[in-house]
Write a protein that binds this ligand. Sequence first.
Ligand SMILES: Cc1cc2nc3c(=O)[nH]c(=O)nc-3n(C[C@H](O)[C@H](O)[C@H](O)COP(=O)(O)O)c2cc1C
Length: 166
Amino acid sequence: MKYLVIYSSETGNTKKLANTIGESLGNNFDIAHVSMAPEPFSYDVLFVGYRLTSGSIDDNLKEYLSSIRGKKIFLFGTMGANPSSPYGGIIKKNIQNIFEQNNTVIGHFLCQGQISNGIMDKWFNLLEKTPDDLHALKQLENYKSALKHPNENDMLELRNLLIQCL
Ligand SMILES: Cc1cc2nc3c(=O)[nH]c(=O)nc-3n(C[C@H](O)[C@H](O)[C@H](O)COP(=O)(O)O)c2cc1C
């Protein structure tokens, strides 16, 4: 079996998952950021990592995806929101649908990843003016929780899912 791990990651969260997958695969794999990814044709299983951006995968990954046909894919990703929330569930399903159009998804792992400060600025600013704004407070709570991810427990869950899927 020949494996390819590719990932899209801007602030490093998804890259951490990619490295954990690489460590679990032994020797027979290549790993690359999607911008430097080799052609997928000669690989038996692809591990494809996404960072959620504006509710979907980013353009680099979309472009790479168009070159993948008839492959077994293990999906993994990180998002700022809680993946166990109703929003997280919808996102996970939507992304899986994108990949399943021409391929078979053999596993899908999604966890929270810490959010860069710039994204939170509008909520921090709003809270300075209106400290009781419920939506902003919820965003702040989520931001604090995301700071702890991905963590060792996420990596353990990822490794366990890999064992089940391979
Ligand atoms: C421009 C931008 C858009 C984002 N959009 C979303 C989003 O729609 N939903 C969400 O839950 N998280 C969103 N996030 C948070 C990222 O998905 C999260 O921080 C992720 O772990 C980043 O992965 P990376 O470190 O591998 O780049 C966004 C982050 C950025 C920078």
